[in-house]
Design a protein around this ligand. Structure first.
Ligand SMILES: [Zn+2]
Length: 399
């Protein structure tokens, strides 16, 4: 979104579409000043570190300040070297702090930390010219930080003129359906780990910190060791949160798959590896404890698992959005599981609010108008909410 007051502008989120084939400049919106040569563009604000909200940052000038949460910035910066191609590292800029307002040109900006599957995610209030625009960001109430969203709803900013509200789940879920909460997901992992006699492979995003916590808690409850790689260790440390599981905790082990060993060698990450090596194990250790271990699986593990014959009685638990599973990029994984006769189970809950939770949120914020955003079903909004105003991409309108 581009917001304009007295000729000064802000951009809020710059995402790469999730179905984009690659991170291509062609997805960049036609907005003036992205080359850094227009002072009227004051900043880019990023609500949270999901690719569909920050992915295009690599295509804009590094002279444009990027405002986002400090933890989110640290995560994106530290994981960047692990990822292929040129992954965007956010340019310097102010850090969002929940509840702390700040002024930027004609705008007053207030971020609110909110529950979502990305770490350090915010809803954002923008005030200018006596108008109040509230952007929900991506949010939910059924994660481990549901209280954050509940707190915002219990004490909402008043007199909101326009609520820009996400609706990712509209069309995916019936209006009266809801999602399991993250605590229920933890129990599903407990049940799955208890009955597995081989290695449990859990395929999730290391950046879904709520999910890592659920998996770790389920490991503790079932006496299993959670085995992570260096990338995951770096993500967990980058949260800066001492309550989040870390590579040096009991019940956690570090295993470096072959492909990552090469990456470490080529990039001379020896010191980084050492800093996470307190609980390091090698393939023979993993063989010895495979029935008591849960591996946070990524496709880079495939070669090691095959070579070490670790797939007997293994189970594969898919813990991401089912929509990704069907994508062509996962075809080899589907074939690999079939080839080794590894059963697949799904344990997952959405990072987004259900339709009924969206309704609760809209009622609590009580805006004069709701404008749909981040949805495939804008036309469904008027079934659920009052005063809906549809605005198309690329159109300017008045708050
Ligand atoms: Zn998101």
């Amino acid at each position: 979104m581009e917001v304009n007051s007295h000729g000064k502008r802000l951009i809020i989120d710059m995402g790469l579409p999730l179905d984009a084939e690659r991170n291509d400049k062609k997805y960049l919106p036609n907005i003036s000043g992205l080359d850094g040569n227009d002072d009227s563009l004051l900043a880019v604000l990023i609500s949270h570190p999901h690719l569909d909200h920050f992915g295009l940052l690599g295509h804009i000038s590094g002279n444009i300040q990027v405002i986002m949460g400090a933890d989110a910035r640290r995560i994106l910066t530290q994981v960047s070297p692990f990822l292929p191609d040129c992954w965007p590292i956010p340019a310097n800029g102010m850090n969002l702090q929940s509840g702390r307002s700040f002024d930027l040109g004609p705008f007053k900006i207030t971020p609110y930390l909110i529950d979502h599957s990305a770490y350090d995610a915010y809803a954002i209030l923008i005030e200018a010219d006596g108008k109040r625009l509230f952007y929900s960001g991506d949010f939910r109430m059924h994660g481990r930080k549901g209280k954050l969203t509940e707190k915002l709803m219990a004490n909402p900013p008043e007199n909101i003129d326009v609520l820009l509200m996400e609706g990712s789940t509209l069309g995916r879920l019936e209006n009266d359906e809801s999602f399991p909460c993250e605590a229920e997901i933890e129990e599903q992992f407990v049940a799955a780990f208890s009955k597995t006699t081989g290695l449990s492979l859990v395929h999730t995003s290391a950046q879904n910190i709520d999910r890592i916590v659920s998996i770790f808690r389920a490991c503790k409850k079932t006496g299993k060791t959670l085995v992570i790689d260096l990338y995951t260790s770096v993500v967990l440390k980058a949260t800066g949160n001492k309550h989040i599981p870390q590579s040096d905790w009991p019940n956690i082990a570090l295993f470096i798959p072959h492909k990552q060993r090469i990456q470490i060698k080529n990039n001379n990450w020896i010191d980084l590896l050492k800093s996470h090596s307190k609980n390091r194990i090698f393939i023979e250790n993993l063989q010895a404890i495979s029935d008591q271990s849960v591996l946070l699986f990524r496709p880079i593990h495939i070669r090691d698992l095959e070579k070490a014959d670790l797939l007997n009685d293994a189970v594969y638990i898919y813990s991401q959005w089912e929509g990704y599973w069907e994508q062509d990029s996962n075809a080899y994984l589907r074939e690999w599981l079939a080839k080794h006769k590894i059963p697949k189970q799904s344990i997952h809950t959405s990072g987004h609010a259900s339709p009924s939770d969206l309704k609760r949120f809209a009622n609590a914020l009580a805006p004069s108008r709701i404008v749909p955003i981040h949805t495939f079903m804008p036309e469904k909004y008027s079934e659920l909410f009052n005063n809906v105003e549809l605005n198309a991409d690329g159109e300017y309108w008045e708050v």
